[in-house]
Design a protein around this ligand. Structure first.
Ligand code: ZN
Length: 100
């Protein structure tokens, strides 16, 4: 008989957060405040629009560059976390994407 592992929605969100390398404190904040996030995030935070939501502590104390570095060091997902960055087609160098 096949057995299915039941994963509750909190564990699933936590699992994805860790897979993508997001800091543990931010994953915890995301999981615990999930329903309130649209209200809590009306104020612009670092890495706004990247899909990653930093916890209040990281929002205040870490720069976008520090967060990106930390995320990539812990990341299990194959593609690096490179919000707002793209590869220049001519040079192959990472460049900061311009906001329109
Ligand atoms: Zn955090």
């Amino acid at each position: 008989m096949r057995q299915f592992k039941v994963i509750d929605v909190h564990s699933e969100r936590q699992m994805y957060g860790e897979y993508f390398g997001y800091p543990k404190c931010c994953v915890k904040y995301f999981v615990e405040n999930f329903d309130e996030l649209p209200i809590l995030n009306k104020r612009r935070k670092p890495l706004h629009g990247s899909g990653f939501i930093p916890c209040p502590d990281c929002s205040l104390n870490k720069t976008e560059e520090e967060l990106i570095k930390e995320i990539n060091e812990n990341r299990k997902y194959e593609k690096p976390f490179a919000p707002f960055l793209e590869t220049c087609p001519e040079t192959g160098i990472w460049i900061r994407r311009k906001f329109s």
